[in-house]
Design a protein around this ligand. Sequence first.
Ligand code: GTR
Length: 327
Amino acid sequence: MSITRRAMLTGAVAFFASAAARAQRGDTVLTATDVHVQGYPTVEALRWVGDTLERETGGRLRLRLYHSGQLGRESDSIDMARFGALDITRVNMAALNNPFPSTQILSLPYVFDSTAHMRRALDGAVGREILASFERRDLVGLAFYDSGARCFYNTRRPVYTPQDLHGLKIRVPPSDIFMDMVRALGANPTPLPYGEVFSALQTHLIDGAENNWQSFHTTRQFEVAHYWSQTAHSYSPEALLMSKQRLESLATEDRALVLDIAARSVTVMRELWDKSEIESRDYVIAKGVKVNEVDRRAFETATAATLSAYRRDPAIDTLYKKIRALA
Ligand code: GTR
């Protein structure tokens, strides 16, 4: 037998022996998913959750992370977690707006003034109320992560006022709020899964989209869309969700540990976020992306009807007032 073959066999035997020992010890492997690539702050925060779980339980609890959308679309991953086919999913609020109405306030236009404002709201009563709302549909809200300020970018021209968006086909995530908002701005909303936006821009199926600096950078959309306009129209944050059924299947102390580590990961995420936001912005600008400020007032006015339509729901209106009180 060749040395490499023998080494491979020895390796395989050792792997299966340790897997068998782990199974016997009752080790638990939690599966987690994220549409972003390795190195993206949400993925790295999840990796930190996995490493910390493993370290603090001596390997009894671990996380298997499927990044880069390996397990499909965000909206599908939410259902998979609800039915227990997946343990943890990291998704944007936009994918939750339709099935979980209390999340709508976090995605609506011009609700937050800054990242600091959003963090204050998420760390307090507003955040707690929204995280608790996931339980109604078999999920546990573990934490919120940042997603920066979403801005418009396109392949055609700089956008200073809503008029500049008129007639453009703009990709939106699967949320009625984003459909309504883009329509209110005079553009044509085109819902597409995140993984399809780059090629849609490249083939001119769409003219533009809206997102944060890190997504614009890591999906390489900046290579085809050269105009970034600082609209900061939505801070729609991320949610870390867990299958309720799976969490409840864990021993009491493990359950507490998962909740605690997820909560601690927020600080890790925020540090990664702040650093990568600057890095991504500087990177795309160095690659030739043209950035411009916008007439923010004009964007607020044009989207005001979208905000007030959702505020007709008294629960949303109460959350809105609590958030504005923290501005
Ligand atoms: C990103 C978010 C993703 C995904 C994406 C999108 O900012 O992190 O989870 O929702 O936006 O627009 O689809």
